[in-house]
Design a protein around this ligand. Structure first.
Ligand SMILES: Nc1ncnc2c1ncn2[C@@H]1O[C@H](COP(=O)(O)OP(=O)(O)OP(=O)(O)O)[C@@H](O)[C@H]1O
Length: 664
């Protein structure tokens, strides 16, 4: 972590506390914050479970995320939640930086761990689904479903619900099946991209919303053919900035956003206060979508970790204290993690069918069945018996009795919500969005390096050419970083090819050596040579040297394969950074273009004949042109470095490029 930001981790259950002291040196006038008027107004103490200061992202994950992830694989619900003022590093902690693979955050690391564990735990079958929910101004947005980049309103009909045995869930939120880390990362990136694009389409600031990325896990034993299976949800939550209204100085849309955020976070705080107070029997979870959606995470059967992101700067002391106060309240809340175990009714009935006659013999009173002769059962009897068997199996009934034969309809034990019928639609959207990104690259990546001075000063230059100028002027640093990072990506690609080659070579050697050993064994067996007392062929001289060689080859293969896997993940991740950068660079350019040339919207939206707009992309061009990049974000982007992988136009002489004269 950087010097001036810390993440104070608070877990509701797991660790003994440590003391976190703040010593603040006031530089300016003392503010009106009442709580600061304690005995020593420059010193405050908070009980926390740990302080993450000057630590790598890897350590943050190890200390904050790993246990929740491993717990989720065992069937415990888990939640890791980042809370704190804007810019304190919540997104950095949760998703990571766009700069490098090393600085990836908790979510990508959690996905990596989940799939590594799934591969290791071969005695279980796992099914993993992902969902990505955004709560913006009390509206639920499915970041993996509704098409972004369009001005369409967000998908409606999603609602937070609760069912006994299933807990809280979002009806209408799409769950996407994933089978590998790569697939999972692609969905994460897609969701992030939608968050950014959606932010512009709705003219909102993407950091002014709450985001809940959820990994839904179901596991069943391969070895035991019983009907039990476990499910869990791992929520990775990036909350909106917690600073107070007065401080943000917001107006208009910003004020509305701030009011919604304030409302949801203050209800979050109220819910936490109520939970921590044993005398309160009502907790106001349903007051806002956020508290309702997080109900299980806050007071239910969940392993919950709160990361309080703070600035270690005196100037931010008020917000820091308020964040830490929230954290210490949260620490008082007790959750009761339990494994979410279910019985699969289909499997239990299937497994029991052959045993049913015996169960009936043992449990059905004679009065009901006077003889041991089995007559065909009526449909009602079959339904009743099945229902009783289920109850017997899941422990809610100790006896199986068929005295009462009323039909009890019973819903199957809830596990994962299945993937909805809109999965295919969502897939199509994904494809469309991927194509849109490609189009954007075409739109601005062509060889249009003409001079801007050939346009009359009163008319804005064509965008394509302005973009080239932007890349060597204001966006020059990004271009430079691009070149460096492109080189990194190319180098990783080359390494990937080399590793693939090595893995394949190792595999071929293993196959050849195994075949040679088999040939020797067969030969000896046919000749009846070297047969042990038990009749098994004994190894001869050539095999004795080949067997350790084979072992060595297998070790080499495993080692190369591991390297291949992690390089593949790295390449995928870098590719994502590139894609994300494409969109951000365009957004920054749009903002710069608007500010530099101050073009009226009507003019801006009229495509110029010179613009290399391709058939079919007019609509996209327009929606991007209307985007206005929020000022707070452009500040952020000054800190971030992004990648741009489009080809630099050949022959562009950067030094000779004329300056751009803003239109008054
Ligand atoms: N520990 C850190 N080390 C290095 N850079 C950091 C760290 N924390 C945050 N940053 C950088 O600071 C900037 C703001 O961080 P980030 O976007 O994560 O804040 P945030 O709390 O999510 O803000 P918001 O509430 O507006 O979403 C980003 O550019 C991020 O990369």
């Amino acid at each position: 972590m950087s010097e001036n930001r810390s993440a104070a981790a608070l877990e509701t259950r797991w660790q003994p506390s440590v003391q976190f002291d703040i010593l603040a040196e006031r530089t300016g006038p003392v503010s009106a914050e009442k709580a600061l008027k304690s005995q020593n107004p420059n010193s405050w103490s908070f009980q926390l479970d740990g302080v993450l200061h000057h630590v790598s992202q890897e350590e943050v994950y190890a200390r904050v995320g790993r246990r929740a992830v491993l717990g989720a694989l065992e069937g415990y619900n888990g939640t890791v939640m980042c809370f704190g003022q804007t810019g304190a590093g919540k997104t950095y902690t949760m998703t990571g930086s766009t700069e490098s693979y090393k600085q990836r955050g908790i979510i990508p690391r959690a996905l990596q761990e989940v799939f590594q564990q799934v591969e290791k735990r071969c005695e279980y079958t796992f099914s993993v689904h992902l969902s990505y929910l955004e709560i913006y101004n009390e509206t639920l947005v499915d970041l993996l479903s509704s098409p972004r980049g369009s001005s369409d309103p967000p998908a409606r009909g999603m609602v937070v619900m609760e069912e006994p045995g299933r807990g809280v869930f979002i009806r209408g939120l799409t769950l996407h099946p994933v089978h590998s880390e790569g697939e999972a990362l692609n969905l994460l990136f897609e969701g992030e991209m939608n968050r950014i694009i959606g932010a512009h389409a709705l003219n909102k600031n993407s950091s002014r919303s709450h985001c809940i990325f959820t990994v839904h896990i179901e596991s069943r034993s391969r070895t035991l053919s019983d009907a039990k299976y476990v499910t869990s949800k791992l929520n990775l939550v990036d909350l909106a900035g917690s600073e107070r209204l007065g401080k943000t100085g917001s107006a208009g849309q910003g004020l509305k956003e701030a009011m919604y955020i304030n409302k949801s976070l203050s209800f979050l705080e109220q819910a936490i206060l109520a939970l921590a107070d044993r005398r309160r029997d009502h907790v106001p979870f349903r007051q806002t979508k956020l508290t309702y959606a997080l109900k299980d995470a806050l007071g239910g059967n969940c392993n919950t970790v709160l990361v309080a992101n703070i600035y270690g700067e005196a100037a931010q002391i008020e917000e820091t204290l308020s964040t830490l106060r929230f954290g210490s309240r949260m620490k008082r809340v007790q959750t009761h993690p339990t494994v979410n175990e279910h019985i699969d009714p289909a499997v239990s009935c299937q497994a029991l069918t052959p045993k049913l006659p015996n169960i009936l013999l043992h449990h059905v009173p004679q009065a009901v069945r006077p003889s041991n002769v089995y007559e065909p059962l009526s449909d009602a009897q079959v339904a009743e018996i099945q229902s009783q068997v289920r109850r017997y199996l899941n422990g809610t009934s100790k006896e199986i009795s068929v005295r009462t034969l009323e039909h009890h309809s019973r819903h199957p034990e809830p596990g994962h919500a299945g993937v909805t019928a809109s999965e295919q639609r969502a897939r199509n959207h994904r494809v469309n969005r991927a194509l849109s990104t490609q189009y954007l690259v075409h739109l601005f990546g062509g060889p249009q390096a003409q001079r801007l001075c050939c346009f009359p000063p009163s008319a804005p230059p064509p965008k394509a050419e302005a973009f080239e100028a932007f890349k060597v002027g204001q966006g020059g640093e990004l271009n430079h970083i691009l070149k460096e990072n492109k080189a990194v990506l190319l180098e990783r690609h080359a390494r990937l090819r080399q590793l693939t080659e090595e893995v394949n070579t190792a595999k071929r050697k293993i196959d050849r050596t195994t075949a040679a050993i088999e040939r020797y064994k067969d030969k000896r067996a046919r000749q009846g040579q070297f047969v042990s007392a038990k009749g098994e062929p004994v190894l001869g001289e050539p095999e004795i040297s080949l067997v350790p060689h084979l072992r060595e080859l297998k070790a080499q293969y495993r080692q190369r394969y591991e390297a291949l896997r992690s390089t593949t993940a790295e390449v995928n991740y870098c590719q994502h950074l590139v894609d994300q950068c494409r969109v951000r660079l365009l957004n920054e350019f749009e903002s710069w273009y608007k500010e530099t040339f101050r073009v009226p919207e009507e003019v801006l939206n009229v495509p110029k004949p010179e613009d290399p707009v391709q058939p079919g992309i007019g609509a996209l061009h327009k929606s991007i042109a209307q985007v206005s990049w929020p000022r707070t974000l452009s500040k952020q982007s000054a800190v971030c470095h992004y990648y741009w992988i489009g080809a630099h136009p050949a022959g562009l002489d950067e030094k000779k490029l004329p300056p751009i004269h803003p239109v008054a």
